[in-house]
Design a binder for this molecule. Structure first.
Ligand SMILES: Cc1cc2nc3c(=O)[nH]c(=O)nc-3n(C[C@H](O)[C@H](O)[C@H](O)COP(=O)(O)OP(=O)(O)OC[C@H]3O[C@@H](n4cnc5c(N)ncnc54)[C@H](O)[C@@H]3O)c2cc1C
Length: 452
């Protein structure tokens, strides 16, 4: 009997729940072959300013996520084929060997990711196969929006007004009960270690606000913990701005970025909480954060490669920055002399994470106080963040630099008043800067006023 085979290419959707590509593959083929390719370029190449594209925190998170995904697929009667190389080449080889009909995947929309999927598509055509795209990164589907993508409002407040009230968030899809067996002979492939990818393995820093571990299992655990076990939703509004409170904000971002958690599932859990317990205001606060993520992704779609340009989607050419390597180095290492900035930068360096409040302040300080080119900061974040998400990172840097789709929204922070408000006794600063002397509160705050 002829077996119709489909390859399921996992990308930034490392989960079984709410995975549209997976359900599409299962419903159109007799045999689904799940594949993940560690794209060598992400682990070996450098950004334009010379940072490693993926620093060790995200690399470890991805490896853990793939281990978890393989275990989950095996538990459902399937497996995960793993390769290290270029996805467009590795998948093409697997497609030839498996004599599949299609490769199913969730569509990506940003420059490098589009180049990879386009190159794969071209190759597949030469052997009579095709790529079939699904969606699943966001709360909202493009087709449900009341406007075409290129007319998406340029301000978040307007976007929110136009979608929140009128567009329902679809239900997340359930994980399949069972997967199909893989009958074709294919090398399963070892999951690379940190050393295989060119990193030294490491233990997480005990000072980290959350001990992030990659994978759908851990992401679902965090969701359950935050919403139900620790019942943190009511505190979100007051605590989400705290610098080092493990449950102050959800900390879902690394799992959302790699697709270990679906935003629609998060939304559904939040709404269930609201129905059963209440706290509409706090629930809404988290939903607004998720909406911001959607908005920035739509901006990335609308403005394409312009999001990586110095003048940003706003095409602002009147602002000037310097590629000042010496200042950048001090900022990155946490030696600007401003404890509030330095502590945040050291947290990032030692953990791959920093709070939203911290990110806004260090970005503002680099751009407006040190007058360093914002792209240098954005690329450093791209490298270091455990939760790096292309649209969220570049979009937030646009705001900080004032080159976003709504340039009016840019904000320069007064670092000393921010420090006074968010770290009045310097407890956060001392956590990351043990060399700080035991100063009295006002002496400590004077340090936050020193000039660049
Ligand atoms: C300069 C700069 C760079 C950033 N880079 C990234 C990035 O690469 N990846 C990333 O996920 N977030 C980024 N953010 C946004 C924000 O800092 C993080 O999403 C947030 O700190 C993650 O913590 P949390 O999961 O506890 O967030 P919560 O406050 O609990 O929010 C819930 C979720 O909403 C989303 N979210 C919240 N705020 C934002 C925002 N401003 N923009 C986009 N999405 C948001 C995240 O997915 C987050 O997990 C950046 C912010 C700044 C100022």
């Amino acid at each position: 009997m002829y077996t119709k085979r489909g390859i399921l290419w996992f990308r930034l959707d490392l989960r079984l729940h709410d995975n549209e590509a997976m359900l599409d593959a299962l419903s159109h083929t007799d045999e689904v072959i799940p594949v993940y390719v560690f794209d060598k370029r992400l682990f070996e190449d450098k950004t334009s300013y010379g940072f490693k594209k993926t620093a060790r925190y995200r690399a470890k998170f991805i490896i853990e996520s793939i281990r978890d995904l393989r275990a989950s697929l095996r538990a459902k009667g399937s497996d995960l084929i793993v390769r290290v190389g270029r996805p467009e080449e590795e998948l093409f080889e697997i497609a030839k060997q498996a004599k599949s009909s299609w490769i199913f995947c969730n569509r990506e929309r940003t420059r490098d990711e589009v180049a990879v999927q386009d190159a794969l598509e071209q190759r597949l055509w030469t052997i009579g196969q095709e790529l079939r795209y699904s969606r699943g990164k966001l709360l909202y589907y493009t087709s449900d929006l009341p406007f075409p993508i290129n007319h998406t409002p340029d301000t978040f407040s307007q976007f929110r007004k136009e979608v929140e009230r009128y567009v329902p968030v679809r239900e997340p899809l359930a994980a399949p009960e069972k997967m199909t067996d893989i009958t074709v002979v294919l090398e399963r492939g070892e999951i690379p270690t940190m050393e295989d990818l060119g990193y030294k393995d490491f233990e997480n820093d005990p000072r980290a606000t959350v001990d992030f571990k990659g994978g759908e299992t851990e992401g679902l655990k965090r969701l359950k913990y935050f919403v139900w076990e620790a019942a943190q939703i009511p505190m979100y509004k007051e605590q989400s701005d705290e610098l080092f409170c493990s449950d102050g904000s959800t900390k879902f971002s690394p799992w959302l970025a790699q697709g270990c958690l679906s935003p629609k599932l998060v939304y559904q859990e939040l709404k269930r909480y609201e129905e059963e317990i209440g706290n509409k205001k706090s629930v809404n606060g988290i939903i607004i954060s998720l909406l911001k993520r959607d908005f920035l992704r739509f901006m990335a779609k609308k403005y394409g490669d312009q999001i990586f340009a110095e003048e940003g989607p706003g095409k602002i050419t009147t602002l000037q920055w310097k590629d000042n390597n010496e200042a950048l180095q001090r900022w990155m290492e946490g030696y600007t002399g401003i404890p509030f900035i330095d502590a945040n930068m050291r947290e990032l360096k030692h953990t791959g994470y920093m709070s939203y409040r911290g990110r806004m302040n260090v970005a503002s300080y680099l751009i407006h106080d040190m007058q360093v080119n914002w792209k240098m900061g954005a690329e450093y974040f791209e490298s270091m963040l455990i939760d790096y998400d292309i649209a969220s990172n570049w979009g937030n840097w646009h705001y900080a630099a004032g080159v976003g789709s709504d340039a009016r929204e840019h904000k320069q922070f007064n670092v000393s008043s921010q420090a006074l408000r968010y770290d009045p006794r310097g407890e956060y600063a001392k956590l990351w800067m043990p060399e700080l002397p035991n100063l009295l509160e006002d002496e400590f705050q004077k340090k936050n006023k020193s000039i660049i």
